[in-house]
Design a protein around this ligand. Structure first.
Ligand code: FES
Length: 144
């Protein structure tokens, strides 16, 4: 059996929503301390809904595929819905990842959360901090 599914290969070779959003309302940057990979997520938000999303990932193929899939999954969603996105859902949507690459999908979940948190912070919107990964607990360490 191939190590990577066709969906993973597709999102790795043809990543969706790549690049920077110049006028992003929220920007999240996370990194994995172990492998050094970095993911940046940009959100354009209107009326509590994600109008547009872009990402830049400097990392492995699984991280690129995970971030590409995550952007597709949160586009058009409310912030609440996007916050509920788990790395497991991203992995499932990709048709699976090898066990040693599961942590790469965590980066995608945390990048989305970090960008939403940035939006809340910039706009002085009160939010439930328990819904966000703490800065000290890292599978993926926050860069900011
Ligand atoms: Fe670093 Fe995949 S090996 S995120």
């Amino acid at each position: 059996m191939a190590l990577y599914t066709d969906t993973v290969m597709d999102h790795f070779m043809n990543p969706r929503n790549v690049g920077e959003l110049q006028d992003a309302d929220g920007v999240g940057e996370v990194g994995n301390a172990k492998c050094g990979d970095i993911m940046k997520m940009y959100l354009k938000i209107k009326d509590d809904r994600i109008e547009d999303v872009r990402f830049e990932t400097f990392g492995c193929g699984s991280a690129i595929a995970s971030s590409s899939m995550a952007t597709e999954m949160i586009k058009g969603k409310t912030l609440e819905e996007a916050l509920a996105l788990t790395n497991k859902e991203v992995v499932d949507a990709l048709g699976g990842l090898p066990a040693h690459n599961l942590h790469c999908s965590v980066l995608a979940e945390e990048a989305v959360k970090s960008a939403i948190q940035d939006y809340y912070e910039k706009n002085n919107i009160p939010y439930d901090r328990s819904k966000f990964p703490s800065e000290t607990s890292c599978e993926s360490c926050r860069m900011v």
